[in-house]
Ligand binder design. Sequence first.
Ligand code: GDP
Ligand code: GDP
Length: 446
Amino acid sequence: MTLPIVAIIGRPNVGKSTLVNRLAGVNDAIVHDEPGITRDRTYRPAFWQDREYMVVDTGGLVFDDDTEFLPLIREQAMAALAESQAAILVVDGQAGPMPADEAIADWMRQQTVPVVLAVNKCESPQQGIIQAAQFWELGLGEPFPVSAIHGGGTGELLDQLITHLPTVGELPDTPEIKVAIIGRPNVGKSSLLNALTGEKRAIVSPISGTTRDAIDMVVERPGNPEKGIEDKTYRLIDTAGIRKKKNVEYGAEFFGINRAFKAIRRSDVVLLVIDALDGVTEQDQKLAGRIAEEGRAAIIVVNKWDAVEKDSYTIYEHEKLILDRLNFIEWAEIIFISALTGKRVENILDLVDTAALSHQRRVSTATINQVIQDAINWHSPPTSRQGRQGKIYYGTQVRSQPPTIALFVNDPKRFNDNYRRYVEGKFRQQLGFTGTPIRFLWRGKK
Ligand code: GDP
Ligand code: GDP
């Protein structure tokens, strides 16, 4: 499920990043970073009422200046806009309309993306109406006075914005589970794919991926009606196969970590394949970090277990070591296999099923509030030096894939990392969610 993107545009210093922080909540994890040349494009999750979206700060859009980096900044803003479902044009209400605002507005009117006009720095409601009115002349419809710093007016702005965004629909019936097989070269990805698609399974068709980065294989697994298990379909996204066929054409560099990143993006569940003989390397940690950032479910597949000398403790020692080093995905299940002999390969798909279910799971608000109540009863939220105590009013799951829980509190600043980790740990402990990351959004009152 990809969320609609909302681009924040406007000339420098009008308060774009302040507004992004206001919409996304200052403390939320940054979900995705694409290294830009002058400024990173950062995507952050946000929601208003029943709509969810990703908000992206474009880093300024200038037309009437001739600094060297200008074309690059502009290009970035345009690229962000091209993938957006809606945009917020931010202007400075205290400064009034500037030629640069007009240039941007002229350009925006030629785009197909719907635009909502935010007149920022309007701290006083009475004056704000007057300040905002000056911007009707931009020809972008109603100007909404807001204060990004204090949050004033953002409700009306967002009410208007979400008319351009799709609602969070019911989960689509996932006809197939998309499984990415990733890992360093030579850990055994191709061997695993072969083992998974072995003779006894019906391979429906090898399908080439939407990009040339991966080869998809669709595999069917018959269910067991007597046990109430349905037939299942898996789309295996293999990042290794194509390398073997095409490396002459593209060279080795082409098949680096970016292809793994793309495969992660397209998947529901990631099989992170580790070589039992090498253990966890820095590259494996990078991949694990990306899995967590993208919010994908995952299973740690330790391959070549046949080649490891072992006694009855070996597996526990390995497990501890591996999970320690892959702490980004410490929630993932770990399985020791041999793609060569086929040992335990069968069991991987059972773990995939469990992880995919957790990833899609929805928990009722009542259950979430029980967990909160229980957490508070054991440990009350911290009290500030002024004697004000943090309060969690309630929580609710705002999305799945990955499960995302919003906690509405009196003031997010009163909840330090320690306490947040404690509460988040309670959710993990009481609700399970095996194999999937969980996201938490700590929201203050608007
Ligand atoms: P950007 O360059 O458009 O991303 O702008 P910033 O978010 O960095 O803000 C530029 C300046 O405007 C900073 O000094 C902010 O503190 C200030 N600013 C941002 N939002 C507001 C607001 O709502 N009211 C006032 N008075 N100042 C603001
Ligand atoms: P890929 O680059 O990740 O696709 O790795 P391959 O599937 O091509 O495997 C790399 C090498 O590891 C080959 O020589 C395989 O025979 C070997 N290999 C793969 N799986 C296993 C395994 O389970 N046990 C052992 N001992 N070797 C394996």
